[in-house]
Design a protein around this ligand. Structure first.
Ligand SMILES: C[S@@+](CC[C@H](N)C(=O)[O-])C[C@H]1O[C@@H](n2cnc3c(N)ncnc32)[C@H](O)[C@@H]1O
Length: 206
């Protein structure tokens, strides 16, 4: 099978490279690799999300859903020194890179890169951040979002960035229909930033 960025175990050679990015006014050098999403640069959608939404403050528990090589998780952990950041992905190479990048940024003790079943059951999130993997298809995307949104704390918020051409507006509508109020807070460079709030009226995830 072709080696997609969301392959569980990429079969391509693990060719590494360094990517520079400026996030919330700080310079980062991330290690990326073949077989991992956007290995050549900080993804445009991700950069829109990080430019349009301020980082969390305080002792939050945060989820980076679909962490890739970890730019969102690492930058949040740097900005919020009391936060614990869970960084989940299905791609084992992405998780290795996230661990390396977190360590290099001095936040390896507070960024937890794990497979999707690796977050302890009782953990609830004050914030979920995601540039979600739209290419996994609508049924899988919906299942993934419902699964994790159900784990938002009562006052929790999720920030999503989705391409306008990749169904951002229909996703916003669908989330509202599932009982998750969802507003568009920004629109730039072909991407929408969506703010999703937790509600006890949300449908139970399957
Ligand atoms: C659009 S990429 C974003 C990566 C990273 N956050 C960034 O901004 O560069 C989406 C990521 O979601 C991961 N992914 C795919 N299916 C997933 C699932 N069911 N649960 C969690 N992550 C998934 C992919 O492997 C990929 O790394």
């Amino acid at each position: 099978m072709a080696d997609h960025y969301f392959s569980a175990e990429p079969t391509s050679a693990d060719v590494r490279r360094a990517v520079q990015a400026r996030i919330w006014g700080k310079e980062y050098t991330f290690t990326t690799a073949t077989g991992v999403f956007s290995r050549d640069r900080l993804d445009l959608g991700t950069s829109v999300l990080l430019r349009e939404v301020p980082p969390p403050t305080g002792s939050h528990t945060v989820l980076d859903l679909g962490t890739g090589y970890g730019p969102i998780a690492v930058a949040i952990a740097v900005e919020a020194p009391d936060a614990q950041v869970w960084a989940v992905d299905v791609n084992s190479r992405a998780l290795e890179l996230t661990a390396e990048n977190a360590k290099a940024a001095g936040v390896g003790d507070r960024v937890h890169p794990v497979l999707t079943d690796g977050v302890p059951e009782d953990v609830r999130f004050d914030e979920i951040w995601s540039n979600p993997a739209i290419h996994i298809g609508k049924p899988e995307l919906h299942k993934m979002l419902l699964h994790w949104l159900a784990r938002l704390a009562p006052q929790g918020v999720a920030w999503l960035v989705v391409g306008k051409n990749l169904g951002a507006d229909s996703l916003q509508k669908w989330l509202g229909e599932q009982g998750y109020p969802c507003e568009r807070t920004a629109s730039a460079k072909g991407f929408r930033v969506l703010k999703v709030t937790a509600t006890n009226q949300a449908a139970t995830p399957s």
